[in-house]
Design a protein around this ligand. Structure first.
Ligand SMILES: Cc1ncc(COP(=O)(O)O)c(C=O)c1O
Length: 370
């Protein structure tokens, strides 16, 4: 049994993927070829954006908007601690300081009230200037964008959606970009919309932001890449990966429905035995992870392993407790929810093609232990 079975999807569209890759080999435009432009416009349309800009990975997709906004030394960027390192990692790259914010206990996403306290704390101390918020769509579900965007508006902060796990999620029918200034995603193979290597993209409605990021991803180009007007980087999506993504995007909407069918079934079958996930009211998750909670997380993981069920603990240690990040400030009086959740969460196998028989086996193994 796979934790995320990528082979089932590949079997379904293998002929289309083979043909798409063959087309790239035939025309030979491996870098920024026609597939990249086509994919960018299809991705923008899917994510309710005017524009999309592809890049080399999801980490670059998070840093590119920060760089383009001129975030730098003296700026505070507020982000959750209960997330993958990439969310916060890029902030010190720009010279700015990440300020960690706690999460809501039911959705694992940024707690707007705690964000407000963190901003007030930074303003009171007067050392840093609040500049931006990175909200994460953890495990695939949208953060509370209406509340977070209102706080950002009031304080004049940029809002970036780190939708690396959540691309395709919606809240009241809208994608995160409806509220955010930019949304970043990752095409790491295991992500809900993944390619066969590394890739990422930023979605935005702002043409000036897109232009600045387009310059940054090509060594800070001006007229061309031999005219360098700002310090940039090299961050491109390969044409072969774009060709693969075009085929995967074509079935993505259907796969989101399948993911929700699997998640709903888990929810029904596991309720009572363990704590099952809650989705924000009005939200549709893309279920990058199906994460349950239990007091004896490590015991349950060990038991499931003996039954051949792979699991993962995302995330066993919040970032503010990690060696690399513990010197950075935390908002309010600490992050008790992030710390408590890190000890309780366990993610179960989840992908759109998880069949009922396999799922029954997983459910039975969880129930046995519980
Ligand atoms: C929340 C979050 N942000 C950013 C990233 C970075 O994406 P990538 O691995 O493509 O650089 C990931 C995924 O790994 C992620 O889960």
């Amino acid at each position: 049994m796979d934790f995320i079975d990528l082979k089932a999807q590949q079997k379904r569209i293998r002929d289309k993927i083979d043909a798409a890759i063959a087309r790239v080999l035939d025309h030979g435009g491996y870098i920024l070829g026609p597939e990249v432009r086509a994919f960018e416009s299809q991705l923008a349309a899917f994510g309710e954006a005017k524009l999309a800009l592809s890049c080399a990975n999801g980490t670059d997709a998070v840093v590119l908007p920060l760089m383009a906004w001129g975030i730098g030394p003296g700026d505070a960027v507020f982000c959750p601690s209960f997330t993958f390192a990439a969310t916060a990692e890029v902030v010190p790259w720009t010279g700015a300081t990440p300020v960690f914010v706690d999460i809501l206990p039911d959705t694992y996403n940024m707690d707007p009230a705690h964000l407000e306290r963190a901003i007030d704390g930074v303003l009171r101390e007067g050392q840093l200037k609040p500049a931006a918020v990175i909200a994460v769509d953890l495990f695939g579900q949208p953060a509370d964008y209406p509340k977070i965007a209102e706080i950002c508006r009031r304080h004049g902060l940029k809002l970036l959606a780190d939708s690396a796990q959540g691309f395709g999620c919606t809240l009241d029918g809208h994608h995160p970009l409806h509220w955010a200034d930019a949304a970043a995603t990752s095409f790491f193979p295991a992500k809900p919309l993944g390619c066969y290597g590394d890739g990422g993209a930023v979605l935005t409605n702002a043409a000036d932001l897109w232009n600045r990021m387009d310059s940054l991803r090509i060594h800070g180009k001006g007229e061309d890449k031999y005219d360098n007007v700002v310090i940039g980087m090299n961050s491109r999506l390969d044409s072969i990966q774009a060709a693969v993504l075009i085929e995967k995007l074509a079935i993505f909407a259907e796969e989101i429905v399948l993911r929700n069918t699997v998640a709903d079934r888990y929810g029904r079958e596991l309720a009572g035995a363990v704590d099952v996930p809650t989705v924000i009211s009005g939200g549709v998750s893309v279920w990058a992870q199906y994460t349950i909670e239990t007091d004896d997380r490590d015991g349950l993981a060990a038991h499931l392993k003996t039954k051949g069920v792979p699991t993962a603990a995302y995330y066993p240690k919040p970032l503010h407790m990690q060696t690399a990040y513990k010197a950075f400030p935390v908002g309010g009086n600490g992050l008790p929810v992030s710390e408590a959740k890190a000890a309780r969460v366990l993610s179960l196998p989840m992908h759109p093609y998880l069949d009922e028989q396999t799922q029954d086996m997983i459910v039975q193994a969880v129930r046995e232990f519980a």
